[in-house]
Design a protein around this ligand. Structure first.
Ligand code: SF4
Ligand code: SF4
Length: 378
């Protein structure tokens, strides 16, 4: 992985060439944002890197890409910058090393979480309970008391939310611009619509160049399947809370119940979405990408798959002697996943949202300026 200084130097060179060329103006919002700018601050570069979604269209369109001596590779250059932008703004700062060694960092977080879960559960669950000797309603709580489960999951999720929020605030402070109140409101709406619909992953209707010059919508489709899976898993948690606290039904719930139906559908959707994205990552062209970002993506998707698989395994074998250990494993993986989130590809979501918000504001401001100029000349 190149040093941050080398990455910035190369990014400055490539972005200057693009600003002079502008052939790719219509491909994505990165190029219009370069118009007329021949020098870029670090904040501008971080912003542009997070507007880019590595569709690789510019790699295939560029007449200055290798073997041309200019060797322009915008998608790989912005991927390296993007990774540096995560490391530069992550909170606490010590987590920046996680972006240099993502697999090692995730492995350590998960191992520590699993150890914590086993140590914390040990005084509360005899080895008989851990081995699932007590089955049926209430058996989960014989292994892990409800308060402990809520405490472990709540502490790890709270840590993830706090860290992601502070990191995003630091990033937004670095890249944000002064906005007129009308532009701010319009930009919020525009950015929200573009984020929810994954507007830019459709590449203007044709998709991304995951592998070779042919276009594909696969990334967008698998991304949306995975997000739908997370929504369903959240619905399963809410339904489970309703069953237990309002209806007085103790878990494990019937296989035909609403919490289980949501959980199974969500788990399968997450597995399918993450599996599809992993397959795309594994088979995509290496040249227009950056090794560090690919590793970050593979680690994040692998962790998601592992956590979803442990939840489904618990459902399948919950009525056997393996239930206790499977529950401990699932709890450990869920906790490890949350604890690892701040130093993972999860930062991509809020950072990209912030970058799209600035991009939307810039586009609206440009539109208003253009309209004023047109009115002056009429
Ligand atoms: S990527 Fe290549 S073709 Fe596109 S704007 Fe930059 S220099 Fe020009
Ligand atoms: S890779 Fe795609 S999103 Fe990124 S700069 Fe090139 S065209 Fe734009």
């Amino acid at each position: 992985m190149p040093s941050p200084e080398l990455t910035r130097e190369e990014a400055g060179r490539v972005l200057r060439l693009c600003a002079a060329c502008m052939y790719c103006d219509g491909l994505c919002p990165v190029f219009p944002a370069l118009s007329g700018k021949h020098e870029h601050s670090l904040a501008d570069m971080s912003y542009l890197a997070n507007v880019c979604h590595n569709c690789r269209a510019c790699w295939h369109a560029c007449q200055y890409a290798p073997p041309h001596p200019f060797a322009v590779n915008v998608s790989a250059t912005l991927a390296a910058l993007r990774q540096d932008s995560y490391a530069d703004h992550v909170w606490p700062r010590a987590l920046d090393r996680g972006f240099r060694h993502p697999a090692l960092a995730a492995g350590i977080f998960v191992a520590v979480a699993l150890a914590v879960v086993l140590i914390v559960l040990a005084p509360h669950s005899s080895w008989v309970a851990l081995h699932g000797a007590r089955l049926g309603p209430g058996s989960f709580y014989a292994v892990a008391p409800l308060g402990l489960m809520i405490g472990l999951a709540g502490a790890s999720a709270g840590w993830a939310v706090l860290s992601l929020a502070i990191s995003t605030l630091r990033f937004w402070r670095a890249i944000s611009l002064e906005m007129e109140p009308r532009v701010r409101l319009g930009a919020l709406w525009l950015a929200a619509a573009e984020i929810v619909t994954l507007r830019y992953l459709d590449g203007g209707g044709v998709g991304c160049n995951d592998s070779g010059p042919q276009f594909s919508q696969r990334r967008r489709i698998f991304h949306q399947i995975m997000v739908a899976g997370f929504v369903l898993l959240f619905a399963a948690t809410l339904a489970a809370a309703f069953f237990q606290h309002v209806l007085g039904v103790m878990p494990p719930f019937a296989r035909t119940s609403l919490p289980v139906a949501f959980g199974v559908a969500g788990g399968l959707a997450v597995l399918a979405g993450a599996g599809g994205l992993l397959a795309i990552q594994a088979s995509s062209d290496r040249e227009p990408s950056q090794r560090g970002e690919t590793l970050l993506n593979l680690t994040f998707l692998g962790l998601i798959k592992l956590t979803a698989l442990s939840g489904l395994a618990l459902l399948v074998w919950r009525d056997t002697a393996a239930m206790g250990l499977l529950l401990a494993l699932h709890l450990g993986l869920v906790m490890g996943f949350f604890v690892a989130l701040p130093a993972s590809k999860a930062l991509h979501a809020p950072f990209r949202a912030a970058a799209i918000l600035r991009s939307a504001a810039e586009r609206l401001s440009r539109g208003r300026r253009q309209a004023r100029n047109d009115a002056t000349f009429e």
